[in-house]
Ligand binder design. Sequence first.
Ligand code: ZN
Length: 77
Amino acid sequence: MFRSLIIIAALALVYLLIKNRLQARRKNKPKTSSKSSENTVQCLECKTYVPHSGAISSKDKYFCSKQHQRDWQARQK
Ligand SMILES: [Zn+2]
């Protein structure tokens, strides 16, 4: 009886260690895969998809660069 308790405890410990590792991995993952999983927005000027964090935004509009933002705004007048 005591022996099986130790085995169960050991298994539980291993399980927790594996779980912790997987969670640690998941925590580290966003940094490496953030570029592929990150929301992308479309540049209104050239229709290129750029990562949200790298996009130039003005109000609800997004651009891949300041230049395209200016080009687009110039055409709106
Ligand atoms: Zn653009």
